[in-house]
Design a protein around this ligand. Structure first.
Ligand SMILES: [Zn+2]
Ligand SMILES: [Zn+2]
Length: 381
């Protein structure tokens, strides 16, 4: 344990060669004296000393901290948050001079100038705003560039889960990206990456942008459907990540739009890391080329006993199970098939017979197509 009388000669020795500000001088000794204010200690050590030049190390950067505080306050004024973190970028020459002095005078266990500036900014910001600093997982991260006096703010994304019901045909699940930026976000699309909001994705995004602010949304769908498909029952589950939200809380309630209804909306920790297993109850209206004898429809029951193998063009092969089969003949060339199937069975290809075995067309030995198919329910395991 040192005391101030042991330190004063070293401090004087440094000051003889290098003009230092209170912060930088105090920083070199505050830890060994167990003092929390570098500035206060520096002032004390410089009591008989008048600085003639700018601080050799920081060029009086510490005098400018109020400016940087203002940058932080301005950039975060539209955000609602509790915790924050700060990163700083400073000129390498400042770091070099700091390193030089610390090694020259063998000053060990001392905060670097960069650490100290960051600590000071945190002190100022917390004092002003009462926000809590969290260096591990903050809601808002400031990156202050002290070289060009700019401040960037990043807000941690939030994830919402929910379900949607689609009660009208012709609404796409996914939204086309903005033509100008291909989804990255640009001035034209208000940094949303999409400029129209008429799909399921667009309608949900628009609601969430209104509630949470944010730039882009990223969806993880639990399965997909055709534009012409209805999604009924409890609806299709989805997860959506909102990037750069300005609000982290909002009242979420079931919401009905014209043909899309949203249920069970809630904030969750994250989208699932692995794809979720789910089963779908699907009603498919099938058009056959040749007439089908009602008696032959019975063979459809066999689909429950064999895996459906899907061959992708990429060479990938995977299997899906069908757990239950119901059918009804509607007319000579039309029948309705209702199945409970493992999620991810490509319905149109299963009917036409494109890279799927067994399939409906080979089963009846006549080309078949799915006129439309609807999801009666989706059950997550
Ligand atoms: Zn300094
Ligand atoms: Zn754009």
């Amino acid at each position: 344990m040192s005391n101030i009388s042991q330190i004063t000669p070293i401090a004087n020795q440094i000051l003889k060669k290098y003009d230092l500000c209170d912060h930088c001088l105090g920083r070199f000794f505050s830890k060994q004296l167990h003092l929390s204010s570098n500035k206060f200690l520096g002032k004390k050590l410089k009591i008989d000393y008048i600085s003639k030049n700018k601080c050799y190390i920081c060029k009086n950067l510490f005098n400018n901290l109020d400016n940087f505080l203002k940058l932080m306050l301005d950039s975060s004024s539209n955000y609602i948050f509790k915790t924050y973190g700060v990163g700083t970028i400073i000129k390498p020459s400042i770091v070099d001079r700091d390193d030089l002095l610390r090694s020259k005078y063998k000053l060990k266990g001392v905060d670097s100038v960069k650490t100290d500036i960051t600590k000071e900014l945190i002190k100022l910001f917390t004092k002003k705003t009462r926000k809590i600093v969290d260096s591990l997982d903050p809601e808002i991260t400031f990156t202050l560039n002290l070289k060009d006096e700019s401040c960037k703010l990043r807000s941690k994304s939030i994830t919402i889960s929910g379900r949607y019901v689609k009660s009208k045909r012709g609404i796409p699940q996914k939204q086309k990206s903005c033509d100008n930026c291909f989804g990255k976000g640009c001035r034209i699309c208000n940094f949303h990456g999409i400029s129209e909001f008429e799909s399921v994705e667009g309608i949900i995004s628009k609601l969430l942008f209104k509630k949470f602010g944010g730039t882009t949304t990223k969806f993880s769908w639990i399965g997909g459907e055709d534009n012409s498909s209805l999604v009924l029952g409890a609806g299709r589950p989805f997860f959506v990540k909102i990037k750069n939200p300005s609000k982290r809380k909002s009242i979420l309630s079931d919401t009905k739009f014209d043909f899309i209804s949203l249920y069970n909306l809630k904030i969750v920790d994250a989208s699932p890391k692995k794809p979720l297993n789910f089963n779908s109850i699907i009603k498919i209206k099938i058009l056959t080329t040749s007439q089908i004898d009602s008696k032959n429809l019975k063979i459809l029951k066999d689909l429950r006993t064999v895996p459906i193998v899907i061959y992708e063009k990429s060479g990938k092969r995977y299997e899906r199970k069908i757990f239950d089969v119901k059918y009804k003949k509607n007319s000579k060339n039309v029948f309705t098939l209702t199945i409970i199937a493992e999620g991810g069975l490509p319905i149109r290809r299963f009917i036409v017979g494109e890279g799927v075995l067994p399939n409906i067309s080979t089963l009846f030995n006549t080309p078949c197509v799915a006129q439309e198919f609807d999801f009666l329910d989706i059950v997550v395991e």
